[in-house]
Design a protein around this ligand. Structure first.
Ligand code: SF4
Length: 245
């Protein structure tokens, strides 16, 4: 387990809109002096409550196996899960294996996945990933973090999704844009870098909860604690959130 680090304040920092719109201010987190023990107790209490709110928290990317989840997760960057599911339903019916998908021409694959955005880069990564699976892993998705992150287009976030959701292997905490935002608002971290945020979350929550932490925070971020308009009045953990308004 990665040891806890000293946390620094970024509350109230001005940021750019991800879509290039007007800059907006993060909610200022009203921090009280909170020791590591208090932080862990509060974090686990928050997770308990959110688990009751989202008892079926799982990835919303449709998949039947680890390979499908791996490709769907690569395609999900800057795209909704609903859109990815529409694309992959057709894609996996035509190309069900790494060998079949890896043999598609770049231009043809770009057309298949165009609606997910960033389709040229994603097509390059999907093809290179499939070919690496065939050449280095016998056409199977390797169930180890150190192998997964060697695949093109695969970082810790994608690897954690695949290991946790397809293999049930606890390797870390999925940190996407929702988890990043919620971890900061709930004052579980003061970091900006996803790897450091993951490290903070791994120190705050017990290992048995790491898979659920990602899934639950993602759902809470989508449904209630939205980027621009967090619905604090209806949030079940507002009494334990330093950013509640
Ligand atoms: S109270 Fe809930 S919705 Fe509001 S910032 Fe905190 S976690 Fe998000």
């Amino acid at each position: 387990m990665t040891p806890p680090r000293t946390r620094r304040s970024t509350a109230g920092k001005r940021t750019s809109s991800p879509k290039g719109g007007r800059a907006h201010r993060k909610p200022a987190v009203r921090r009280k002096k909170e020791g590591e023990g208090e932080l862990r107790t509060r974090a686990r209490s928050v997770l308990r409550t959110l688990r009751e709110a989202y008892p079926q928290a799982r990835t919303e990317l449709s998949h039947e196996n680890a390979f499908q989840l791996l490709i769907a997760t690569i395609l999900s960057a800057q795209c909704t899960d609903v859109r990815v599911n529409m694309v992959t339903r057709v894609l996996f019916a035509k190309y069900p294996t790494p060998a079949a998908l890896g043999a598609v021409q770049q231009g043809a694959l770009e057309e298949e996945i165009r609606s997910t955005g960033f389709y040229r880069m994603k097509a390059r990564n999907v093809l290179a990933c499939c070919r690496a699976l065939v050449e280095r892993f016998g056409g199977e998705v390797p169930p180890r973090m150190e192998d997964l992150v060697t695949l093109p287009g695969v970082g810790r976030k994608t690897a954690n999704v695949v290991l946790g959701q397809a293999f049930g292997i606890t390797s870390g905490v999925v940190v996407d844009t929702h988890v990043q935002r919620l971890a900061q608002r709930l004052a579980f971290t003061e970091e900006e870098d996803p790897v450091k945020i993951e490290s903070d979350l791994m120190s705050v929550f017990p290992e048995k909860d790491w898979i659920d932490v990602g899934s639950i925070l993602i759902l809470h971020g989508r449904r209630t604690c939205k980027a621009r308009t967090p619905d604090c009045p209806s949030c079940p953990v507002s009494d334990r959130c330093p950013s509640a308004t």
